[in-house]
Ligand binder design. Structure first.
Ligand SMILES: *Cc1c(COP(=O)(O)O)cnc(C)c1O
Length: 396
């Protein structure tokens, strides 16, 4: 196979060469343990501190509010479990949504099994929560609201500022899973009254297995990993220094390139959406038309299976996704697509294409032409499509 066209940047991204380069010396030259007292290790400690500053600055936060984790899933687990435990004397009610990543949903289910009460908010047909639903769900014993900044499947942005305001007015902690949004959308933890925020390196051209949890000063939160005194005694374990340097470098780079990169991605995304909707019949766009991530397009094609579509795209060197990476492999339709009201058959025929910083218009032309051919070919073999065409011909 010649060229790969990678349109699955919501699943993971290429680590930028600049990021890898910044990491390398910390494996073989400056490999000391940041907790050691001798001068040889001092560079490691300062490297970690420096990255904490870089990340804090990107959020308008203080460096002491940034806690490194082994990725987005760990940050999500930590935010929910440790906040629940620290505030359970105040109440045992948590509010989240039906469209969260499984790192949130499965943690919420775990908390339910431990006696917490969880409300899962519905979303509208675009995947946006209704603020009235949120208002109505708030109870005197509500301790935490967790709503994602942007959805990983359909790209929809949630009204984070309004949610934060409501949480703040009611003295409830607000956590947001910003794994998809961070690096693509400017975020201010103060303007949005965010108390806890999760992010991950590998979604913004950084390395895998490293992320962070922002914890606002004054928020009571239990340690997640017990052991040494790292991360202000809240998350023990020798720091992943190369990973942290990679994450910080990726964040610095993402902030620097954000405006230009996302403007280009938005334009290409709209080109893709426009052509697919115009040129492929019986097709819809999932997620909000405008309030969505700059790089996300998610379509449903009636009368076909998303999995067959992915396999044929793969044969043409095109990488996409039919749901979130964690659910592919199972035949259940995506919980997000069901939550926006799609029937099972339509949800099954869906395709997520997420652009990256290297995506070009030529790439998209090739993808669109391939899609047209593949969708038509799959429909030709579909008894559902045949029945539908027969029926509509008879009716007209
Ligand atoms: C990828 C992702 C996660 C998980 O992050 P990892 O670093 O892969 O553990 C959590 N939430 C969302 C929205 C994601 O897209």
């Amino acid at each position: 196979m010649e060229k790969i066209i990678y349109l699955d940047n919501a699943a993971t991204t290429k680590t930028a060469p600049e990021v890898v380069e910044a990491m390398l010396p910390y494996f073989t030259e400056d490999y000391g343990n940041p907790s050691s007292v001798y001068g040889f290790a001092a560079k490691n400690k300062s490297a970690v501190d420096e990255q904490r500053e870089v990340i804090a600055e990107a959020l308008g936060a203080d460096a002491r509010e940034i806690y490194f984790t082994a990725g987005g899933s760990e940050a999500d687990n930590w935010a929910l479990k440790a906040a629940a435990e620290a505030y359970e004397s105040k109440g045992r009610h948590i509010i989240t949504t039906k469209i969260e990543h499984h790192a949130i949903l499965h943690t919420a289910e775990y908390l339910e099994s431990r006696g917490f009460d969880v409300t899962y908010l519905d979303v509208d047909e675009n995947g946006v929560i209704r603020l009235d639903d949120l208002r109505a769900a708030i109870r005197p014993d509500t301790i935490l609201i967790s709503v994602m900044y942007a959805n990983n499947e359909i790209g929809t942005l949630e009204p984070v500022m309004e949610i934060g305001k409501l949480a703040h007015e009611n003295d409830i902690l607000f956590h947001t899973d910003a794994v998809q949004a961070f690096g693509q959308i400017p975020i201010s933890v103060d303007a949005c009254h965010i108390d806890l925020l999760s992010a991950s390196g590998h979604k913004l051209n950084g390395p895998k297995g490293i992320g962070f949890l922002y914890i606002r000063k004054g928020v009571k939160i239990r340690s997640f990993v017990h052991g040494g005194a790292q991360e202000r005694k809240r998350r023990a374990g020798t720091e992943n220094v190369p990973g942290i340097v990679g994450l910080g470098t990726a964040v610095k780079r993402a902030v620097r390139t954000m405006e230009e990169r996302t403007e280009k991605e938005r334009e290409l995304r709209d080109y893709l959406i426009g052509r697919v909707l115009a040129e492929i019949p019986y097709c819809r766009l999932n997620g909000h038309r405008t309030e969505r991530l700059p790089n996300n397009a998610n379509f449903s094609f009636r009368f076909i299976e998303g999995e067959s579509l992915l396999i044929r795209l793969d044969m043409k060197g095109i990488c996409g996704s039919s749901g979130s990476a964690c659910t592919s492999g199972s035949l259940d339709p995506s919980h997000v697509l069901l939550a926006i009201g799609l029937p099972h058959e339509t949800a099954h025929g869906s395709l997520r294409l997420t652009l990256g910083e290297d995506t070009t218009r030529e790439d998209l032309d090739y993808v669109i032409d391939s899609l047209k051919e593949i969708v038509a070919g799959l429909r030709e073999m579909s008894p559902l499509y045949e029945d539908y065409i027969k029926k509509t011909n008879k009716d007209s």
